[in-house]
Design a protein around this ligand. Structure first.
Ligand SMILES: [Zn+2]
Length: 347
């Protein structure tokens, strides 16, 4: 670690309650919406454009979050219209109500092309039963047989359950572009790995960074592989994005993340976000001197017990790590009789 680098610190220790907002910089409000998961909240922000607001991310679409938004619009947002909604990435806790703001309030959606395409595709892809491709993927990952049987018998989670329909039309943002919001000029820089083409915004004049889930302080963003692209290597994309973005990090920046608390100390955090994975890959290589499935690598990767609520996320992340080693030609894999990939260190 570079000793001249300041440690992480969190200038706002108490998050806003439901329907409340905290002004974290001039004209920038921080708010929170609940999520019914282990990670129980998402941060959203409102940026004051004078006669209207630009929102950053939206929360899940549920009756509860729509009601909280109404309280926020009437209260801290003072009844001023929402003219733009900028979505950092396509995950449902971030894009969930973007379509609602478009169709109910006439807001313009601003996001990356991949985020829009992915979200629109997934809202239209409603499945009453888990697809055979997904079952095969879980089997390959070595999912516990009881969990697999239970999931095969239930209606699967559908993106459209928590994401409002997205009407046609959005404004695309691209790497290197500048956008003006709340009287500031922001540089758009693309993250990757947690979600493809994940936008981050860096204010050129007063040291604010809108990090989405690319830049989080006390939790490590999930890096996952899915049946959509079972051989994907999102960990390589994550590491590439972190190396590229860390060049722009400094200790004066206040980072506004998608979850947990706003923070200073981005340079040290970028280092940690990279090093955590290198550490995990090193441990994994030692462990794979004996053959194992991805599911068997949980405890080693996460250094704690994985509960039912985290099983799915842990499995896709374990797959991301073994896939990365496989792409680097450090492990071999073989299909076991039960359909699971068994991974082993090469040589
Ligand atoms: Zn998120």
């Amino acid at each position: 670690m570079n000793l001249r680098t300041a440690p992480l610190n969190h200038p706002f220790e108490t998050p806003p309650g439901p329907g409340e907002a905290i002004e974290v910089a001039a004209g920038i409000l921080w708010m929170r919406l609940p999520l019914p998961m282990v990670l129980d909240h998402v941060n959203v922000y409102a940026l004051d454009d004078g006669d209207s607001w630009t929102l950053i991310d939206t929360g899940f679409d549920s009756r509860k979050t729509r009601a909280i938004w109404q309280t926020l619009l009437d209260g801290p947002l003072k009844g001023k219209p929402v003219r733009r909604v900028l979505v950092t990435h396509h995950h449902p806790d971030h894009i969930g109500l973007a379509g609602w703001f478009q169709s109910e309030f006439g807001a313009e959606l601003i996001t990356t092309r991949t985020a829009w395409l992915f979200a629109r595709m997934l809202t239209l892809d409603v499945q009453e039963k888990t697809t055979p491709e997904t079952l095969t993927y879980w089997r390959r990952a070595g999912m516990n047989a009881n969990i697999l049987a239970k999931r095969a018998s239930e209606r699967p989670f559908n993106f459209a359950d928590v994401v409002a329909p997205l009407p046609l039309g959005f404004r695309r943002i691209v790497e290197g572009e500048q956008i003006e919001i709340a009287g500031r000029v922001w540089d758009i820089r693309m993250g990757n790995g947690h979600a493809p083409e994940h936008a981050t915004l860096w204010s050129s004049d007063d040291r604010l960074v809108i990090g989405g889930d690319q830049l989080l302080s006390t939790i490590s963003p999930n890096i996952g592989v899915y049946a959509t692209e079972p051989d994907a290597d999102p960990l390589a994309e994550w590491l590439e994005a972190c190396e590229r973005l860390k060049v722009f990090a400094n200790d004066q920046q206040l980072v506004l993340p998608g979850h947990k608390l706003p923070f200073n100390g981005l340079p040290v955090r970028m280092r940690q976000l990279i090093d955590n994975h290198h550490g995990a890959l090193d441990r994994l290589l030692v462990y794979l001197e004996q053959p194992h499935t991805a599911a068997e690598c949980f405890s080693l990767l996460f250094k704690r017990k994985i509960g039912d609520g985290e099983y799915g996320l842990a499995l896709v992340e374990a797959m991301a790590h073994v896939n990365h080693l496989y792409r680097q030609d450090k492990v071999v894999r073989e299909l076991r009789d039960d359909g699971a990939w068994v991974w082993q260190r090469k040589g």
